[in-house]
Design a protein around this ligand. Structure first.
Ligand SMILES: [Zn+2]
Length: 189
């Protein structure tokens, strides 16, 4: 017998594990079971989360095997195109020129292990950190994280003056919505 939930909903999210290894980027996996899907399995990387689309008839153990196979494939792909600290700093320099007239100065910039936040800027020292898991985000969303932290070099709070700086990045609002959808628990500092 089908339960009411099983007949009413086409998709069910089984789990969404947000775990990150400090040494490598492991995308969290979300398994989406669909009654419309027949035998084939598809995977896509969406907002840093690996979505695995499986037929709802597929047994649990088989889903897990597919999840691991796809994760390994995606990890290899990410590893090859992974943004490094150098590329992050280079990107910050570009955004500084584009949106702040090249006037901003910082002491260091790089990826760091952060679980609950996407980025941080230490106003007093001028050190900017971007969460390592942001490496899996689309470039335009990561650019927003950088602009946000760069703006903190000028304004430490989130007041109107800060928002004027942040909104110099045209996709700021869209990126904020994107990040909210990805990770409800994370916030910006
Ligand atoms: Zn902030």
């Amino acid at each position: 017998m089908h339960t009411i939930a099983a007949t009413e909903f086409q998709h069910t999210t089984e789990h969404n594990v947000l775990e990150y290894n400090s040494n490598e980027f492991r995308p969290p996996i979300r398994i989406v079971a669909s009654r419309q899907r027949r035998r084939t399995v598809a995977a896509r990387l969406r907002s840093g989360v690996l979505e695995l689309l499986v037929p709802s008839s597929m047994p649990h153990t088989e889903r897990q095997q597919w999840a691991e196979t796809m994760r390994r494939r995606i990890e290899r792909r990410i590893q090859r195109s992974r943004p490094t600290d150098e590329r992050l700093a280079e990107r910050a320099r570009t955004l500084n020129v584009r949106h702040f007239g090249g006037r901003l100065r910082w002491t260091s910039i790089g990826f760091a292990d952060m679980v609950h936040t996407w980025g941080s800027c230490t106003f007093t020292t001028g050190a900017i950190r971007i969460a390592r898991r942001a490496a899996g985000l689309p470039d335009w969303v990561r650019d927003y994280l950088l602009v946000h932290e760069l703006a903190h070099l000028v304004q430490s709070d989130h007041g109107p003056a800060f928002h004027e700086l942040e909104n110099r990045y045209p996709l700021a609002e869209r990126a904020k919505g994107y990040l909210m959808a990805v990770d409800v628990g994370a916030s910006m500092e």
